[in-house]
Design a protein around this ligand. Structure first.
Ligand code: HPA
Length: 254
């Protein structure tokens, strides 16, 4: 698939992040994969002197709901162009106290509540079945590099926490969030899985920046969650990403 310059990092952008404004001289790569079409073209360019790939998870015009994202095609495309490290950016709702709106989290655990999504490259029976270890669903080395980068960039982030992945696209009921809280979830989002598991099957390093857009249902004072609040808080958190990304790419870990 074309000339393979070494790609230092791939960023998968979630809601509110459809392009990286700081990615210079980007070329586009759109290739069919054995698993169908990715969410859109890969944009490969230069950031902080390194080669970086960007993919908008929901499509650049945000047309794909979480359960329709072709997670397999997305991860396969990244793998096919030589990506080794993936930084997933995900909008989430905050459940526990440390994760109020506008917080940026670097979670270390996941509980998967999604259903009906193909969560493996072994689905078709054409390869040996993999039972990948998911004890630590995110790559610790990349998580720690991310935490160090945030410190270097003077951006406050919350280390650790459990990401509960729900089906969406609707938001949750208060009772569902109360259950997630009892289960130990700190944040809730709709796209964390099966992405993390598929990355592991492909042997990719994978870590998550969780941008808290709102208090999850029943966790704040608001009677309901509005898209206006979600987008406003995401814009605030997203504005702090370029500094973290630049610091990450200037570090030695990626
Ligand atoms: N629930 C699930 N996913 C989300 C939320 C939420 O409250 N906010 C942003 N993504």
């Amino acid at each position: 698939m074309g000339n393979h310059e070494t790609i230092a990092l791939a960023v998968i952008g979630g809601t509110g992040l459809y392009r990286l404004a700081t990615l210079a001289g980007a070329r586009s790569v759109s290739e069919p994969t054995p698993y169908g079409e990715a969410s859109g073209p890969l944009r490969i360019g230069t950031l902080a002197g390194r080669t970086v790939a960007f993919l908008a998870r929901h499509g650049e015009g945000h047309t794909l709901p979480p359960h329709k994202v072709n997670y397999r095609a997305n991860l396969w495309l990244l793998h096919a162009v030589g990506v080794k490290r993936v930084l997933a950016v995900n909008a989430v709702g905050g459940i526990t106290q440390r994760f109020g709106p506008r917080t940026i989290g670097v979670p270390d655990q996941i509980i998967d509540y999604t259903w009906g999504r193909i969560g493996t490259f072994c689905e078709e029976g054409d390869r040996d079945v993999l039972h990948v270890d998911m004890s630590e669903p995110y790559t610790q080395r990349l998580r720690h590099a991310l935490l160090a980068a945030a410190r270097a960039a003077n951006v406050e982030v919350v280390a650790g926490g459990c990401y509960g992945a729900t089906q969406g696209p609707r938001l949750e009921t208060k009772a569902e969030i109360a259950r997630l809280r009892r289960d130990g979830c700190d944040v809730v989002g709709m796209t964390g899985m099966p992405e993390a598991a598929l990355a592991r099957e492909l042997g990719l390093d994978y870590a998550c920046l969780a941008l808290v857009a709102n208090w999850a249902a029943g966790c704040g004072d608001a009677a309901e969650i509005t898209m206006a609040e979600v987008l406003d808080n995401l814009e605030y958190a997203t504005a702090r990403l370029p500094a973290v990304l630049a610091a990450l790419l200037k570090g030695t870990a990626v």
